[in-house]
Design a protein around this ligand. Structure first.
Ligand SMILES: C[S@@+](CC[C@H](N)C(=O)[O-])C[C@H]1O[C@@H](n2cnc3c(N)ncnc32)[C@H](O)[C@@H]1O
Length: 227
């Protein structure tokens, strides 16, 4: 992140103090594990929470959960919506798809710690196979999909999202400007992930099914509404 961007980001997060001890603990766990810090930013997560609240998205799918940082944010927003609506006839669910069995177990534990086990579940499968199954069994059933898994499959995930989201439902996709910052600007990149992201962006921009844009938060968040 550029110095200016990280300064602005620090200003926002220190002003709003988005994270409680539990979320800070998940980030600490992630850091101690020694891998990359691949979670979305707190400001991004807050924006997604606000979208869930305003759009009343009750059935949500997340692809790629890692340590469960974004899953906890989404699960909490869903729980808040459920409490607000207080209607036993409505169903609420977050499904987190994570193909690493080690990460899936960690996500499960963290959702438990956040008291979200009743509303959020973890599926330890490859997103591609899970989506194929869902398209078959429950087409047009979702209110929101948040994609943050392997970038090479972004174009495929867009195609499947069109079959799974209800009309008026929301698609959110992280890293649509790059892996760290703005690698999509490299026209002749050899990186398969960046090429796939560029293809995804062009498909989204020219789609008859989705009406979308890209927000320049962190490494870019695409937001689109299904027609
Ligand atoms: C960027 S991290 C997710 C971060 C998480 N959304 C957050 O903000 O806290 C990407 C995750 O996607 C998982 N993943 C990668 N390819 C996948 C696939 N084909 N199916 C399911 N999960 C996948 C990885 O194991 C990793 O945990």
């Amino acid at each position: 992140m550029s110095d200016f961007k990280s300064e602005i980001n620090n200003y926002i997060t220190s002003t709003f103090k988005f994270e409680d001890e539990l979320l800070k603990g998940v980030l600490e766990e992630q850091k101690n594990a020694g891998g990359p810090m691949m979670n979305i930013g707190a400001d991004q997560a807050k924006f997604i929470s606000l979208l869930i609240q305003t759009s009343k998205s009750r059935n949500i799918l997340e692809l790629g959960s890692y340590f469960g940082y974004s899953s906890i944010w989404i699960g909490r927003a869903l729980q808040d919506l459920k409490n607000l609506e207080a209607n036993d006839e409505l169903a609420y669910s977050l499904t987190c798809v994570e193909y690493s069995s080690k990460q899936a177990e960690i996500v499960k534990n963290n959702l438990d710690k956040a008291a979200l086990a009743k509303i959020a579940s973890v599926v330890n499968l490859d997103a591609k196979s899970y989506l194929a199954k869902l398209v078959e069994e429950k087409p047009l059933s979702l209110d929101m999909i948040f994609i943050d898994a392997d970038k090479v499959n972004y174009p495929h995930y867009l195609e499947q999202a069109a079959k799974l989201l209800k009309p008026g439902a929301i698609l959110l996709v992280d890293n649509v400007l790059g892996l760290h910052e703005y690698e999509v600007l490299e026209e002749n990149t050899e990186d398969k992930r960046i090429k796939a992201i560029q293809e995804f962006n062009s498909q989204l921009a020219n789609s008859d099914v989705f009406n979308g844009t890209i927000l320049t938060v962190h490494a870019g968040l695409a937001m689109a509404v299904k027609n």
